[in-house]
Design a protein around this ligand. Structure first.
Ligand code: ZN
Length: 297
């Protein structure tokens, strides 16, 4: 399995940074931002090397879908297998790139069916040096929410980074089946700022950032977005809250109804906090996450 990868080797020595987009095939801002970075970064200014994979999950992208046609979520399949299904092979090839890197940035969005509040996250790590670098990278990336989550999540690109002791961050930015220019800009700027923080590029002057909201939540499964506020049944989802809204446990998030609307089931928040991910696609299957609420532990 060969991933479509481009590498810029700097004229000066420095760290090896890997940037991943399109782990999910329906997340578009990362793909565009990754390609723009390849145009912007010049080897005569670069310390170290930049490896970019704009569309890691190309079979999923070509299907216009989150996953390839084996149905496996690539972000639950790491470290993968060289002789496995298409998604397992992609995970394996990406794991090899991760093991060759000193730092990793993995860019996501809410995809077709969800919208996500812009945030940057990392897995809490038992090695204080790795964790220190992740905190620095997340702050340099410059999004308004920083979320450190459980060190025990498995199958993700970040799990492979954790196991290889490679400092890594991921980011989320909107989604809902479109590609927003604001998201592309935020991701290009964020990656350049991290490269400057890692001394791979000259210092970048920027407007002082608003102090981000920083939440570190070590509880098991924190950061596992797909299990939050699951739909109790299949049907038509109609939300009544917005991204970034503060909600309390028991507040109504929306309703699920059958086709005629005879059975209307209110969906109540299971946590108190800020809505950071929200299902925007109306058809929902039983068990799908409807919203992720950022709690302050
Ligand atoms: Zn994703």
């Amino acid at each position: 399995m060969n991933l479509l990868t481009r590498r810029i080797i700097g004229n000066m020595p420095g760290p090896r940074l890997l940037i991943l987009g399109g782990i999910h095939g329906d997340e578009f801002e990362p793909m565009v931002a990754a390609r723009e970075l390849l145009q912007l970064v010049r080897s005569d200014q670069l310390h170290g090397s930049l490896t970019v994979v704009p569309v890691v999950n190309e079979p999923a992208f070509l299907r216009g879908h989150r996953t390839a046609d084996d149905g496996l979520d690539l972000a639950r399949t790491f470290p993968g297998r060289a002789d496995g299904s298409i998604t397992e092979q992609i995970a394996h090839a990406t794991t090899n790139l991760i093991q060759d890197a000193d730092f990793v940035i993995d860019l996501h969005t809410g995809g077709t069916q969800l919208a996500a509040r812009p945030l940057v996250g990392y897995m809490l790590h038992s090695d204080p040096d790795v964790l220190k670098w992740q905190r620095r990278m997340a702050r340099a990336f410059g999004l308004p929410v920083i979320w450190g989550t459980s060190a025990d999540l498995h199958g993700r690109s970040l799990s492979a980074c954790r196991d290889a002791n490679v400092p890594a961050i991921y980011a989320e930015y909107q989604g809902a089946a479109v590609c927003r220019e604001s998201g592309v800009r935020a991701y290009v700027d964020g990656c350049l700022q991290v490269m400057s923080e890692l001394k791979m590029l000259p210092h970048i002057d920027r407007q002082p950032l608003q102090e981000p909201l920083v939440v570190e939540d070590a509880r098991p499964s924190s950061g596992h977005l797909q299990i939050c506020n699951p739909a109790p049944c299949t049907g038509y989802w109609r939300r009544c809250v917005e991204l970034d809204q503060q909600v309390g446990r028991g507040d109504k998030l929306g309703t699920i109804s059958d086709v005629l609307g005879d059975n209307l089931l209110p969906i109540l928040a299971e946590q108190t906090g800020i809505v950071i991910v929200l299902r925007t696609y109306p058809r929902v299957f039983q068990g799908d996450a409807l919203a992720v609420i950022l709690e302050r532990p």
